[in-house]
Design a protein around this ligand. Structure first.
Ligand SMILES: Nc1nc2c(ncn2[C@@H]2O[C@H](COP(=O)(O)OP(=O)(O)O)[C@@H](O)[C@H]2O)c(=O)[nH]1
Ligand SMILES: [Mg+2]
Length: 206
């Protein structure tokens, strides 16, 4: 698989009503600072998404259009949607509301007509491997499942855990998510190939 081109095609406040692009969409959801932007950059092998040490900076919904050659004669386009993080307490109540206000708003907008055929997004729900059992993440997971969305749980920053601990975390997350879980590291690159495989499986390829 080869990534041919990636463009930031839209960058809008989360309160804007978003319409489905009619393309395969992979939506990246997770707490602030979980490593969303780093993971997107690692997957697309470019430094396009802004990363930050201090949580809660991004209020925008950024959409990256990824053109890739899955095989020599099959070119696909997938939109990566980077939603603002939720659950960062120090940002105050406004920040705490961001999952409700932005994430829910985003998915709701997608389910409103007019809706292009085959435009149901798949969700990568990012969870920090070091803090894998937070209430805000469990709530977010339950909410996403309730919407009937295809959700894959991705444990980030796996490089910061010893191997035995990685296994334990994968089991904890796996029992909650019916096994649709993968541990990755944007830093070391571990798990990225498997994640790409999953992305190609869940995105609708026409
Ligand atoms: N050790 C480690 N740190 C990471 C990894 N991915 C991201 N980080 C760090 O986590 C912080 C937040 O990353 P960022 O991608 O901006 O998170 P976002 O707020 O979810 O977009 C930054 O300091 C990153 O360097 C990873 O795979 N391993
Ligand atoms: Mg970010």
């Amino acid at each position: 698989m080869k990534i041919l081109q990636v463009d930031l095609i839209s960058s809008t406040p989360g309160t804007t009503s978003l319409r489905s692009s009619g393309r395969s969409q992979i939506v990246f959801v997770g707490r602030s600072n979980v490593g969303k932007s780093s993971l997107i950059n690692a997957l697309i092998r470019r430094k396009l998404a802004r990363t930050s040490r201090s949580p809660g900076k991004t209020d925008l919904v950024n959409i990256y259009r990824v053109r890739l050659a899955v095989t020599a004669n099959q070119v696909d386009t997938i939109d990566f949607v980077d939603l603002p993080g939720y659950g960062y307490a120090r940002g105050g109540p406004r920040r705490a509301e961001s999952f409700a206000k932005i994430t829910e708003n985003y998915f709701r907008a997608l389910s409103e007509p007019p809706r292009a055929a085959g435009s149901v997004p798949s969700v990568l729900h990012l969870v920090d491997s070091r803090h894998s059992d937070l209430k805000s993440d469990r709530d977010a997971h339950a909410w996403l499942e309730n919407q009937g969305l295809t959700t894959i749980t991705v444990g980030t920053k796996a490089d910061s855990l010893p191997r035995a601990e990685q296994k334990r975390v994968a089991q904890v997350l796996g029992s909650r998510t019916g096994g649709r879980v993968l541990l990755v590291s944007a830093k070391s690159g571990n798990g990225l190939q498997d994640l790409w495989k999953m992305i190609l499986q869940v995105s609708d390829r026409r």
